[in-house]
Design a protein around this ligand. Structure first.
Ligand code: GTP
Ligand code: MG
Length: 239
């Protein structure tokens, strides 16, 4: 499974097919890919539980949907080459923290931070890195919260920690990022300045829309809270 912006199926560069380094890496990749899948499933499970709890307790789903991908061997090879590092799975493990990727698409901006806080406060989830492109958007207008977390995967001989990159964004941020990625990917030459400027303006409109939608959500919640509350089961009943 790949993120939607990845070309499908990803073409294997011809030169790679005959590359001994790549073949060796591919062999090693096939033996460890399940670990990255397990890391993804761990994170997905934790997120789905939180989302289900929110639905029951607060009548709100902070998570709109989740997408996942394991970086392909081709993509790992390209990234290592770009870094000037010899291509091998050992080097991929040492240098890349986004082999396992989870993208969490939230409804509102505040949901992003709720999801991030609740996931990273779990005592077996270790936060390794955080890049807040919401507080500090990229120059082109890109916004998302990026986390790298180490999560435990239990094997027959013990526990290993697997890094998982978690990108958390709203539906609106995702809409912008997906289209911007496609436009940039399809552009044969450098994207002209007027297109860059237009994309940035669209990102600004989306930022404003996100804020307004959040206000609508709060207004609706206030109206709903005036209605008589249903009796909620108490968490203590399960503890
Ligand atoms: P890479 O991991 O090599 O991409 O570099 P990095 O670690 O400096 O990147 P960063 O953590 O900032 O972003 C990693 C991922 O976020 C990318 O692979 C994209 O999925 C997404 N991303 C980052 N910047 C942009 C952007 O400007 N536009 C879009 N559409 N996606 C972006
Ligand atoms: Mg990265």
């Amino acid at each position: 499974m790949q993120f939607p912006e990845a070309p499908s199926p990803e073409p294997v560069e011809n030169e790679l097919l005959y590359d001994a380094e790549y073949k060796e890496m591919l062999n090693a990749y096939n033996k460890v890919q399940y670990l990255y899948n397990a890391g993804i499933e761990f994170v997905r499970g934790r997120l789905e539980t939180l989302n289900n709890e929110f639905r029951v307790r607060h009548s709100h789903n902070p998570i709109h949907h989740i997408q996942t991908r394991v970086k392909t061997p081709q993509s790992i090879t390209m990234k290592l080459r770009k870094m000037g590092v010899p291509v091998s799975m050992t080097n991929a493990k040492k240098n890349l923290r986004d082999i396992a990727g989870v993208r969490v698409i939230c409804c509102y901006v505040e949901d992003i931070f709720t999801v991030a806080r609740l996931l990273t406060s779990q005592d077996d989830v270790q936060l390794i890195e955080e890049k807040n492109y919401i507080k500090h958007p990229k120059e082109n207008g890109y916004r998302s919260l990026h986390l790298v977390v180490d999560v435990p995967v239990y094997l027959s001989e013990g526990k290993v920690y697997i890094p998982v990159e978690v990108q958390i964004r709203t539906v609106a941020m995702d809409f912008w990022a997906s289209l911007e990625h496609n436009l940039r990917y399809k552009a044969e030459e450098e994207v002209p300045q007027f297109i860059v400027d237009e994309l940035k303006k669209c990102a600004d409109v989306i930022t404003e829309t996100d804020a307004r939608m959040e206000q609508v959500f709060h207004a609706m919640s206030m109206l709903r809270d005036r209605a008589p509350e249903e009796t909620m089961p108490h968490l203590g009943d399960w503890m």
